[in-house]
Design a binder for this molecule. Sequence first.
Ligand code: SF4
Length: 130
Amino acid sequence: MSEVIIIRPHHGMCFQFYEGKGYSEEFTDHMGKVIHMLEKEPDTKLKISIREDAVCGNCPNNAEGSCKSRDKVIRYDKAVLDICGIQNDAELSYRDFLELVSRKIIKTGKRKDVCGDCEWDYICGKNDGF
Ligand code: SF4
């Protein structure tokens, strides 16, 4: 796949704990499809950007291209960039991005510091090993 896919930084964490639950059935189906496609082609180049991305499209919180939880998710996004040591709009493969997020945030037990107030925290919290 030569296309660069836009992914917002904190979705690099959501991807790792996805279990088919989310804001609506349409949204979780769509997110599942994005993950499936990227898992099949992990060398796909991602642009890690703080903006609405390939996942946000079918989200009920996406009001005409702007997330209704904008302030909160931008806080998550900035924290992920900061801890991972990458700039907004960095380009790296899906494989490398997930490995970086896993190594710097999840395995160091920092996940809760980033997104502990997310309504889905109970899903990630039971699987993050901390
Ligand atoms: S629109 Fe907001 S809540 Fe929905 S997937 Fe995007 S960042 Fe998450």
